[in-house]
Design a protein. Structure first.
Length: 276
């Protein structure tokens, strides 16, 4: 899979992909990232990428011409032409505009993007990008949360990180993404998957359960006994209960769309019953 990032601050990405899983995935060529300087597609002495907004108001707006040229240099045609010429091909590139006005970036969306061969990420700055770039070229507007960043670069890095770790071979255990917060349900995890510890559940849209490591006692708190007794069925039950507890406490909205078994529902009822 390849990411192309269009930005006025290419230097922003200098160190960001040089750590941990992403560095390894890049070195092993499981993923590649191209960073493209928008100013390279300007033609004036000042390398101007922005201009004042029509209609007045604060700030500046990224001009459409350099963005269109940058996209053309990546072989990205306007949407209408691209979709017509890609109709017969599998996996046309996805052009994503990072924007606070976009649809929320979720794990489900990261899974969708991980199935695409090439994703182009357009980073806005100032008041944003001339809307015609969105209309003509972008397949989706993506927001990483309900807050306003000063630029799309951090958001692009978030999208690259969350998406690339779902690519086959990037995480040590191929299934491990399934066992994290927002992961898929048990029913969607191949039963024959090697290395799947049966003390774990597919999250099925819930938050993860709490994790502990040595020492068994720290700060006056002992690791829950269940995790020390080696009974995988019991550990699995405990972890599921914790997932339900944590989701109910921190993200009750997720429970509505979660894949809950009969047993989950009973547990949830019991947990709700404990509340004053
Ligand atoms: N005027 C815009 C608004 O009110 O929605 C905010 C523009 S913001 C200062 C500049 C750029 O940062 C945006 O064009 C976008 O690329 C990026 N950005 C800001 N917040 C974001 C978010 N929550 N998710 C993704 N990108 C964001």
């Amino acid at each position: 899979m390849r990411f192309e990032i269009v930005t006025i601050f290419p230097g922003f990405f200098a160190g960001i992909f040089e750590n941990g899983i992403l560095r390894r995935a890049l070195a092993e060529r499981l993923v590649s990232v191209g960073v493209h300087d928008l100013r390279a597609f300007t033609h004036d002495r000042h390398r101007t990428v922005d201009d004042r907004p029509f209609g007045g108001g604060e700030g500046m707006v990224l001009k459409p011409e350099p963005l269109a040229e940058a996209l053309a240099s990546l072989g990205i045609e306007p949407k209408a032409e691209r979709h017509a010429s890609n109709a017969a091909q599998a996996g046309p590139p996805q052009v994503v505009l990072l924007s606070a006005q976009g649809r929320p970036f979720t794990q489900a969306l990261a899974r969708e993007l991980a199935a695409v061969d090439r994703v182009v990420l357009v980073c806005g700055r100032y008041e944003g990008v001339d809307e015609r770039i969105n209309q003509l070229y972008c397949d989706m507007e993506l927001s990483i949360g309900d807050y306003v960043l000063s630029g799309g670069e951090l958001a692009a890095a978030v999208v690259v990180d969350a998406t690339m770790r779902l690519l086959p071979g990037v995480l040590g255990n191929e299934a491990s993404g399934d066992f994290e917060s927002f992961g898929v349900a048990d029913a969607e995890i191949a039963a024959a998957e090697d290395g799947v510890p049966r003390s774990q559940h597919g999250a099925g849209g819930l938050l993860d359960y709490p994790h502990y490591t040595r020492p068994a006692e720290f700060g006056g708190l002992r690791v829950p006994e269940t995790l020390l007794n080696g009974d995988h069925a019991e550990i699995r039950r405990w972890r599921r209960e914790q997932q339900l507890r944590k989701t109910l406490a921190n993200r009750p909205d997720l429970l509505e769309g979660a894949a809950l078994s009969k047993e989950d529902k009973k547990l949830l009822e019991a947990i709700r019953g404990e509340r004053p």
